[in-house]
Write a protein of this length. Sequence first.
Length: 176
Amino acid sequence: MDDKSYKEYLAEITTFIFDVDGVLTDGTVTVMTNGDMLRRMNIKDGYALKTAKDAGFNICIISGGSNLGVQKRLEGLGITDIYLGAHQKVNQFHEYLSHNNIDPKHVLYMGDDIPDIPVMRLVGLPCCPQDAAIEVKAVSKYISHKGGGKGAARDIIEQIMKVQGNWNGNFDAKYD
């Protein structure tokens, strides 16, 4: 790990890759009697993901889970690069970057647990939510002050988009 502040990477990011459980959700599941597992996702994270996608950022999801509801939610936000059931996340990471001709130094990856570490070691800006595993925090250049599923994705997306001058939440409109 180098000594650069994470803020020095924000202007270079073109691609966001996120894990789901523990990052876009709070990491808990409600297990139904039929075996379905329900997850909760943060609307503000969703807004930030859609805003980044609409602004031209590459958005990719790589998750070990394979929940149809999660996939439908992400597709509803316009995200098409979704790898679910990915237990060796490095394989999907390399496939995605190769297919889209993306340099890993321009990638932010946010993960929360040990299976995320191999990918985190390959990207320009490895990040995690505040409640990530200690091992993940150790390899992260940025640890959000927000927990997984509680705005951690929005936190870092907003910072990057503001630095790059394309966050649309900066309204100075005057109302009569």
